[in-house]
Design a binder for this molecule. Structure first.
Ligand SMILES: [Zn+2]
Ligand SMILES: [Zn+2]
Ligand SMILES: [Zn+2]
Length: 758
């Protein structure tokens, strides 16, 4: 006999891993024990050497779909005289942290069960097992067991209890285990004044959807608004009622094959689409996709996702066509999650609500991902990922709460050698969003049993997240520069210590000189940063208004590039804007009246996009920048000229020559796709030139590409290609490149700045 301790790190808790190991051990003839530990799972296994080898091989080869083994370490231990293999409970070793896993998409076994009329769970919308089902969104406290979930009010029937108690069963200790006899039930509320006929809520909802209706559907982390994605009138109706003009809607499809009929899907995209986290995946829409144009009117991308609850599977089976599934809210308010709240807030938006009596404890929006220049990247990290921990390569001295940014807010709690992002909160612009933010922080603190007394926040005094931090009593506050946080988040994702050259390109972030930054090359460590290069500022006439009326930025670029006297025919590039408005903006810029300076590379995209595409307005953040990226003609390889002013530190990139060259092209009726490509190429070239020049000065450090602008595949891929032969290029994957990712960096910077002083 030989004894081995096998320590496994990765996603191995709350996914049925221990019972699965137990069954494997029994099958191959291994004795010993398995238990959760703070970092994953530990197995102590005893058998002959050949059996142990087979055991370890099978552990790695046939692992559960929802489990992910990141690391497996084996050490020899002395033999023990045992006669069985046992699962040791977590409580026995007093370990509570990490006990709540993220929500998991319905597994194949459960899906087959609900579609099989011979099964007792046929058609049952709340079917789950240890490998799938709700977790974080139903947890009300710790440790994660049924009493501390919103399933506590449902008493398991004898059949369910038998499954729950049987270690050989795949529902052994599945906390939300339920069946039609004992579990939650669906109902349909009509909001259109008609009486509910509901004998079969699901069939009625499907029927309503098939007739072009809008139905709110209660999901895992909140309500969705659904309608037939092939029916233009239905999608338009939803847009009108939701006050959402053009921002794309996500579409849920019944199967991978159905997704392939709508979009081109490569292997790495398929892996994202079918992962247990089930994010929305941004894909290239097929020309012949039978989707209403109203789904994503101004982009060639479409966000698709597969069903992740039994209710979704059943609904898609009944409707048999793709469904728009968008967060149920008005404009940018947080997602609805309570039954009464939904009835109230969705009146006039949805014709009916398909709901149920299992409460959502924690709202959690869908996650959004995209393969960006070869790297699967989370753009919004929420359902399916929260509260999965990040392991830190250097532990924090004391627990830290980091409040995140203003747009696409998420917060983060770091403690010991782990950090936890909270769910996607969204734009912190409304009271409702602030309430959600505060409530989510409370909930995460409860779950993690921690109340950090160090609070990190952005330097922007006006952000609600900053004000929240400053209103907290008895905490140590640390203000963190926005782009420094972006870079350190990315370093943390790669487990990097030391110093990197950060390239932080985004729309806006508060700079230490009071201007808005966003085209920054920073020499960064966790403790400090040094600003080596930036972009020439643009005046944003009207402040935030310029982000929507992007023609104002277009005009500012012209005004600057031609020293206040742009050629008259260049003004016509601004589209249908009145000369009176233009004159007003000109005055604001010249007199520096409500025209703050902004250096964000994203603003250059907005401004040049407005000129090249004749798009004067953007109805949602980044709309024009996204469209501008997509039109770029890949066969154009030359770049517009630029200059770099190296006369002072930080160096300053001057894109006025690029603007003038683009205007010349546009006046000569050059296609917008060519203009876009040359502009992208200029940004790639100037970034590569800066990096190489700074390397010569400072040594060849790894380069960290971060900020919302790096959702642009052309730029991310192009810069990586230009410089990666010299040193490592860090890109985002699990931490979003945009502002949804900065809280992690804030936490680590606060810890580093305070050091042991805390
Ligand atoms: Zn299952
Ligand atoms: Zn039951
Ligand atoms: Zn940012």
């Amino acid at each position: 006999m030989a004894g081995h301790r096998i320590e496994i790190r990765g996603t191995v808790q709350g996914v049925g891993f221990r019972p699965w190991v137990y069954r494997l051990a029994r099958r191959v003839g291994v004795v010993g024990r398995v238990r959760n530990d703070p970092r994953g799972v530990t197995i102590e296994a005893f058998a002959t050497k050949s059996i142990l080898d087979r055991f370890v091989a099978e552990l790695q080869r046939d692992t559960l779909p929802a489990a992910q083994i990141a690391e497996l370490r084996e050490t020899r231990i002395p033999d023990e005289n045992l006669d069985a293999f046992v699962i040791e409970s977590s409580d026995a070793i007093g370990q509570k942290a990490l006990s709540i896993p993220p929500d998991l998409a319905t597994c194949e076994d459960c899906r087959n069960e609900i579609l099989d009329r011979h099964e007792r769970r046929f058609g049952y919308a709340f079917t789950n097992c240890t490998a799938c089902g709700p977790r974080f969104t139903i947890a009300t406290g710790i440790p994660y067991d049924r009493a501390a979930t919103t399933m506590s009010g449902f008493l398991m029937c004898a059949a369910c209890k038998a499954e729950y108690d049987d270690v050989q069963d795949r529902r052994f200790h599945a906390q939300p285990n339920a069946c039609p006899e004992c579990g939650p039930a669906l109902s349909l509320d009509r909001l259109d004044g008609r009486a509910a006929t509901a004998i079969n809520a699901l069939a009625d909802a499907a029927e309503l959807l098939s007739r072009g209706g809008v139905v709110a559907v209660k999901g895992l982390g909140g309500f969705h608004l659904a309608c037939d994605a092939t029916d233009g009138a239905a999608v338009r109706r939803l847009r009108e009622r939701k006050h959402r003009d053009e921002k794309p809607f996500a579409v849920m499809v019944g199967s991978l094959a159905a997704a392939q009929a709508l979009a081109e899907i490569r292997a790495d995209e398929e892996a994202l689409l079918t992962a247990a986290e089930r994010p929305v995946v941004l894909l290239r829409r097929r020309e012949d996709a039978g989707l209403a144009v109203e789904v994503s009117p101004d982009t060639s991308l479409v966000g698709l996702f597969l069903p992740y609850t039994p209710l979704h599977h059943l609904l898609l089976e009944a409707v048999r066509r793709p469904l728009v599934m968008t967060s149920a809210n008005v404009s940018d308010e947080p997602i609805c999650y309570e039954n009464d709240e939904a009835r109230e807030r969705l009146e006039g938006i949805a014709d009916a609500i398909l709901l149920h009596n299992r409460e959502i404890a924690m709202r959690c929006d869908d996650s959004v991902s995209r393969v960006i220049a070869g790297v699967p990247t989370l753009m919004r990290r929420s359902r399916g990922f929260v509260p999965r921990p990040f392991y830190l390569s250097r532990p924090v001295t004391r627990p830290v709460l980091a409040c995140g940014a203003h747009l696409k807010n998420t917060f983060c709690i770091a403690m010991g050698d782990t950090a936890y992002f909270g769910p996607h909160i969204g734009d912190l612009e409304t009271v409702a969003a602030l309430d959600f933010f505060e409530e989510a922080i409370e909930r995460m603190q409860t779950i993690l049993e921690v109340r950090p007394d160090i609070v990190a926040h952005d330097l922007h005094p006006g952000y609600l997240s900053t004000r929240y931090a400053k209103a907290r009593d008895d905490v140590t506050l640390v203000g963190v520069q926005h782009h420094h946080a972006h870079v350190v988040s990315l370093m943390a994702e790669h487990g990097m210590q030391g110093t990197v050259l950060g390239v932080a390109y985004d729309g806006t972030g508060f700079g230490e000189d009071g201007t808005s930054w966003g085209g920054e090359l920073l020499l960064c460590s966790a403790e400090r940063y040094e600003r080596l290069a930036t972009f020439r500022p643009i005046r944003l006439a009207g402040g935030d208004l310029a982000m929507r009326e992007v023609w104002r930025i277009g005009f500012a670029l012209l005004h600057d590039a031609y020293d206040g006297a742009p050629p008259s025919d260049s003004i016509s590039l601004l589209g249908d804007v009145s000369s009176k408005s233009i004159e007003l903006v000109k005055q604001m810029i010249e007199r520096e009246l409500n025209a703050p300076q902004a250096r964000g590379v994203g603003r250059y995209f907005d401004g040049l996009g407005a000129l090249a595409l004749g798009r004067a307005r953007s109805t949602y953040e980044g709309q024009v920048a996204i469209a501008w990226d997509q039109v770029a003609n890949e066969s154009v390889s030359d770049a517009y000229p630029f200059e770099i002013d190296r006369s002072h530190t930080p160096w300053e990139v001057d894109l006025r020559p690029a603007v003038r060259a683009a205007v010349d092209d546009l006046r000569a009726a050059t296609p917008a796709g060519d203009v876009s490509a040359r502009f992208h190429n200029a940004l790639v070239a100037v970034t590569a030139e800066l990096v190489k020049a700074l390397w010569a000065d400072r040594g060849e450090l790894p380069v960290a590409l971060t900020g919302g602008v790096f959702q642009n595949a052309w730029l991310a891929g192009g810069i990586e290609k230009e410089i990666s032969n010299k040193n490592r290029v860090l890109r985002h994957s699990e931490v979003p490149p945009g502002d949804g990712g900065i809280a992690l960096g804030q936490a680590l910077i606060a810890d580093a700045i305070l050091g042991d002083k805390g």
